[in-house]
Write a protein that binds this ligand. Structure first.
Ligand code: GDP
Ligand code: IMO
Ligand code: MG
Length: 423
């Protein structure tokens, strides 16, 4: 069986968690392939909201196994908090939650290094979530990291100590004012390690290989978005992993020829949290309305998200890099009530009209060129069937499908599981 992928096409927070939850009934296994607790995936059902950071978004379905893949970085302290929340909801995760031995651990000092690095950058800071993501992936590629499987081995604490000591030296090197009590952080960390150890660790590439042979259905869940990809995003304002389709191959051990459908998910407009270029960003009341109606506050950091019109140049690029086969459009309901809508179809780049993402995309050298659409007033949030969607929204969708040459198969009209329209 081929493995399907679901990933974000913009700067994250497209609604991946909601849709993975909606699609989980079609799959035996949900597998997160990259990122860490920088992610915040929101699910809403039965009048309750759940936010997951590291745990795959299929966890509320008893029928599915949920795998944290080798490409993920795990902070045991945050992971423990996620487990506590699941326990409060009586979710029995013990059998269904599996963790790759090859996933890397975020140490308390990785978080401190993230803070020190950001402080040293001053105005040029990435706007990182301060979860230690960058420093942990740096240790991974630098071949110094500690993996989940290591904590099953004796003497791993020696390796921990050596690395934490090195990190302390590095924090000093940054020469910024970072206050911390490492002993306290370590007490919390080692307690959380004990909790982690009570879960099931597996050689996940082998597990997935066997599952495929047995005909099990697998959905790989991405975190962040394509424009935050370490290679293809708006570098350096990106995260430290490959968020695009290829990341699922390396983050789970799935061969490229075993990838099936690639579900690309995007908001009907655009948001970004953190620093970096955002050509269609709005600083007026339209952007303010999108943020308010769309409740655009980060699920992990609570920061308000920057808002703007849909950027088709960037979306096309993301579809190409990922080989998207089906599109999923989120938050269509948020656009209800605007008299007219705009979609960016080209950039004016240094006086020239271009339809690709330039290498050095920056606010001052890129001006979006827009196509305008008539808006609609209808409230979409109670609609249940594609036949109910207003003509103006159908025109908007038809334009995007024609431009992207990919069908939009799902339109989301509210945060709840049920507010999902299949076309
Ligand atoms: P993720 O990181 O891609 O999983 O997305 P987040 O959970 O960070 O952000 C998406 C936000 O939009 C969450 O607050 C969701 O509850 C909410 N949401 C998802 N789909 C819709 C939708 O169709 N309409 C509205 N209004 N909100 C939605
Ligand atoms: P989900 O999975 C939105 C952003 C941060 C920052 C940059 C680097 O919920 O879509 P990092 O902590 O990774 O070093 O931060 O990436 N970022 C996200 N933005 N959604 C996310 O995840 C994000 N994860 C990281 O705001 O700009
Ligand atoms: Mg999110």
């Amino acid at each position: 069986m081929a493995v399907d992928l679901l990933l974000g096409l913009q700067w994250g927070d497209e609604g991946k968690g909601k849709i993975v939850d909606v699609l989980t009934s079609n799959y035996n296994i949900i597998a997160r392939f990259q990122g860490g607790p920088n992610a915040g995936h929101t699910l809403v059902f039965n009048g309750r909201k759940h936010v997951l950071h590291t745990i795959p978004s299929g966890i509320f379905h008893e029928s599915a196994s949920n795998l944290v893949g080798n490409g993920v970085v795990i902070d045991p302290v945050i992971f423990k908090k996620e487990l506590d929340k699941l326990e409060e909801q009586n979710v029995d995760y013990r059998k269904s939650l599996l963790i790759s031995r090859k996933a890397h651990l975020i140490l308390p000092t990785h978080r401190l290094l993230d803070a020190a690095s950001e402080a040293a950058k001053g105005k040029a800071k990435i706007g990182s979530t301060l979860k230690g993501i960058g420093p942990t992936y740096m240790d991974k590629t630098g071949r110094n990291g500690i993996r989940v499987g290591d904590i099953e081995l004796e003497n791993w604490k020696n390796k921990y100590r050596a690395l934490a000591n090195k990190h302390e030296g590095m924090i000093d090197f940054y020469n910024v004012d970072i206050q911390y009590d490492l002993e306290e952080l370590e007490t919390e960390f080692f307690e959380a390690i004990d909790t982690l150890k009570s879960l099931t660790f597996i050689d996940s590439e082998e597990y997935l290989h066997q599952a495929q042979k047995e005909g099990k259905t697998i959905l790989a869940e991405g975190a962040q978005g394509s424009l935050l990809d370490i290679d293809f995003g708006t570098y350096p304002f990106v995260t430290s992993s490959n968020t695009t389709a290829a990341g699922a191959c390396t983050g789970l051990g799935i061969p490229p020829n075993k990838i099936g459908d690639v579900f690309g998910i995007f908001k009907a407009y655009t948001t970004r949290v953190g620093s970096g270029p955002f050509p269609t960003e709005l600083f007026d009341e339209v952007g303010e309305t999108m943020g308010r109606v769309g409740n655009e506050f980060g699920a992990t950091t609570g920061r308000s998200r920057r808002c703007g019109w849909l950027d088709l140049v960037a979306l096309k690029y993301a579809c190409q890099v990922n080989g998207v086969t089906e599109l999923i459009m989120m938050k269509a309901d948020v656009l209800s009530g605007f008299k007219s809508l705009k979609v960016c179809t080209a950039y004016n780049y240094k006086g020239e009209t271009i339809t690709h993402l330039p290498f050095n995309i920056e606010a001052h050298n890129v001006t979006p060129i827009y196509t305008a659409f008539k808006g609609w007033a209808a409230d979409l949030t109670t609609m249940e069937d594609a036949s109910q969607l207003p003509k103006e929204l159908n025109d908007y969708i038809a334009f995007l499908e024609k431009e992207l040459e990919i069908p939009i198969k799902i339109v989301s009209v509210g945060p709840d599981r049920k507010q999902t329209i299949f076309k």
